[in-house]
Ligand binder design. Structure first.
Ligand SMILES: [Ca+2]
Ligand SMILES: [Ca+2]
Ligand SMILES: [Ca+2]
Length: 621
């Protein structure tokens, strides 16, 4: 019997497997690349056991050119397809992704976070400034795969193929808004400014002096989020006069989504104050997520994606722009639906976007909204400041000290998906070049490698943003960070200078790229060591300037220690580090490690410039 099954603390999934008499590998663990047992056990893995690979299907691989135009004909303003423009569809699809699973799995990824796959409004935006829904965040039909990406059957095939390999698939979901379909009579050609509750109460038409409407409606705040109260909200024209343009009356699916009464209709958000949750993102129709009908509608919609496809988790887009009461109901409903489908370790993580190193902002959404996890934007900020920029390594110590703020504390922080690059803010290679003008490519590459080492060795679930492993840096955020993996026809992508390789032309599935190889090594190391996935983290060294940052990760079952020391400076560092008294001898997992402590509890490390060492204490029987 494996020790993990009988020693505390024991993950619930291990206990369950033990109860069923399944012979467990040591620590309930599994080895990436080790086919035996992995596939059958993928449901037993905890969220923190995963290495996540995040990609946008439109930009990954084109497996079927017949769906490039989404099943319609016409110019790009109709089909959304223009592979020469970074703002339009490029042809990537689910068949293409399925054909590239070897590439993703060989990188050491165990889960795929798939950008939104639901049917989108192909093109939107004012005349002359149109762009396409290639990114997936402008949904019209929440119940089917976008025809640009293929069919529902293609998604089923992708998930089956991933599961056969023991890989999980997380879907990206949106409940904050739909595509921009609803317009306001008051401002037909321009963006409508936000109109507040105070200036435009629900009970008057178009302002405090308007005609009385919605008599008896008590408002949208938590105590009044009942079906009885919302039955009295019958007129959506308290702030603006919303309407659905002719011909689009039934474009949204399910049908209830076509009624403006289920939207806030208060104009565009300024991202501050009440407009943060009640305003439209550049016209995207902001849902009345306080209304129980809307809550149940989304429980039904996304519950079906669990039931129909057996997906393994959800990444929640724009989570902070939805009221907490919505999540307090939605999350338990999804976990219940997943359990009913036999998915015990369904993961849910929300996007609370911030460029600041601000764990408190993130933690609020685990405590008040009760989201099980949030994307660790604070980690991204800390690594950006400390490795791309010139901040002292104390920024990382502060980050982890604040783990206590999350619901569940430091143990819960093990489940936070961490990242250094994403599709909105940009890639780490870009940050390095931006913060260090004129930096040579070899140093930029070393900084990107060091940031990835932190991503894999420090607490949290590493999320690799597709293309980082091919040295993509990009020229900024958003469209500039969404390059094609297949041969691109976008001039700005083709003229980029990726790190670690000579050319931006051609396709980018090179498994010999130095970053691909380095990330694969990190992923396999992490997957093989329970301490790095599930282990408590103790900060051992940090400082006010670039230099040494060191942590110990302790095996969750036997306390076995792995010491990881990073050097963010351009000169070697050397130090005595506090280690566990029982850790007498060490072996190297990466870099040069001394064989023994200098004295019980004190171990000497030397770390080359912009590099790291990982030293594992020997186990004693
Ligand atoms: Ca295609
Ligand atoms: Ca909202
Ligand atoms: Ca709109």
């Amino acid at each position: 019997m494996a020790r993990s099954a009988i020693r505390a603390p024991t993950p619930l999934s291990c206990l369950l497997w033990a109860v069923y008499g399944v012979l467990l590998p040591m620590n309930c663990a599994w080895g990436a690349g080790d086919a035996s047992g992995v596939n059958a056990d993928f449901r037993a893995r905890l969220p923190q056991d995963e290495v996540v690979y995040f990609l946008l299907p439109d930009r990954f691989e084109n497996g079927d050119v017949s769906n490039d135009r989404g099943g319609v004909s016409g110019d790009r303003l109709v089909t959304g397809f223009d592979p020469t423009s970074k703002a339009f569809y490029h042809g990537g699809d689910l068949k293409g992704l399925t054909a590239r699973l070897d590439y993703i799995q060989s990188l050491g990824a165990t889960a795929i976070w798939l950008g939104p796959v639901y049917k989108n409004q192909a093109v939107q935006g004012p005349a002359g400034h149109e762009s396409a829904g290639y990114h997936g965040y402008w949904i019209t039909d929440f119940t089917h795969v976008d025809p640009h990406f293929g069919t529902d059957e293609d998604l089923r095939a992708l998930i089956a193929a991933a599961h056969d390999r023991g890989m999980k698939v997380y879907l990206d979901i949106i409940t904050n808004h739909t595509a921009d379909i609803i317009r306001y009579r008051e401002c037909p050609t321009s963006a409508c400014p936000y109109r507040s509750h105070a200036d435009y109460p629900y009970t008057r038409r178009g302002g405090v002096t308007g005609e009385p409407i919605n008599s008896g409606f008590l408002g949208d705040d938590a105590p009044h989020q009942t079906a009885e109260n919302f039955a009295k909200l019958t007129r959506p024209d308290y702030a603006y006069t919303p309407y659905v343009p002719r011909g689009q009356e039934h474009v949204k699916v399910p049908e209830w989504l076509n009624d403006p009464i289920y939207y806030h209709n208060r104009g565009n958000t300024t991202f501050t104050g009440e407009s943060s949750t009640f305003g439209d993102f550049s016209g995207l129709d902001d849902l009345m997520t306080e209304n129980p009908r809307v809550v149940q509608g989304f429980i039904d919609i996304y519950g079906e994606w669990i039931g129909r496809f057996g997906v393994d988790g959800f990444r929640i887009d724009t989570a902070k722009h939805v009221n907490p009461e919505f999540w307090q109901q939605f999350v338990p409903a999804m976990l219940k639906r997943a359990r009913a489908a036999g998915i015990a370790n369904f993961h849910i993580f929300g996007e609370v976007n911030t460029s600041k190193m601000d764990p408190a902002l993130l933690a609020v959404h685990t405590r008040v909204d009760r989201l099980p996890a949030v994307l660790d934007f604070a980690f991204a900020a800390a690594v950006r400041e400390g490795v791309a920029g010139n901040a002292g390594t104390e920024v990382l110590a502060t980050l982890f000290e604040d783990d206590a703020l999350y619901e569940g504390g430091a143990a819960a922080a093990l489940q936070l998906p961490t990242f250094i690059s994403n599709h909105d803010n940009g890639r780490f290679g870009y940050f390095v070049r931006q913060l260090r003008p004129g930096i040579k490519d070899d140093e930029a590459l070393r900084r990107v490698l060091l940031a990835h080492a932190m991503l894999f060795m420090l607490r949290g679930v590493p999320v690799v943003y597709y293309g980082d492993e091919q040295g993509f840096a990009g020229l900024g955020g958003d469209q500039d960070a969404r390059q094609d993996m297949f041969e691109s026809q976008v001039a700005s992508y083709r003229s980029e200078r990726p790190l670690g390789s000579a050319s931006a032309g051609g396709s980018h599935f090179d498994t010999r790229h130095p970053l691909y190889r380095a990330i694969a090594a990190l992923a396999h190391l992490r997957s093989a060591q329970a301490a790095l996935r599930r282990g408590r983290q103790i900060v051992r060294s940090f400082g006010p300037t670039p230099g040494l940052f060191a942590v110990s990760r302790l095996d969750p079952d036997d306390g076995h220690e792995i010491l990881v020391a990073f050097n963010t400076s351009t000169a070697p560092v050397s130090a005595q580090l506090w280690v566990e008294a029982a850790s007498n001898t060490f072996r190297s997992l990466h870099g040069d490690c001394e064989g023994a402590t200098a004295a019980p509890g004190s171990y000497h490390v030397t770390v080359p410039a912009l590099d790291y060492v990982a030293c594992a204490a020997s186990r004693h029987p």
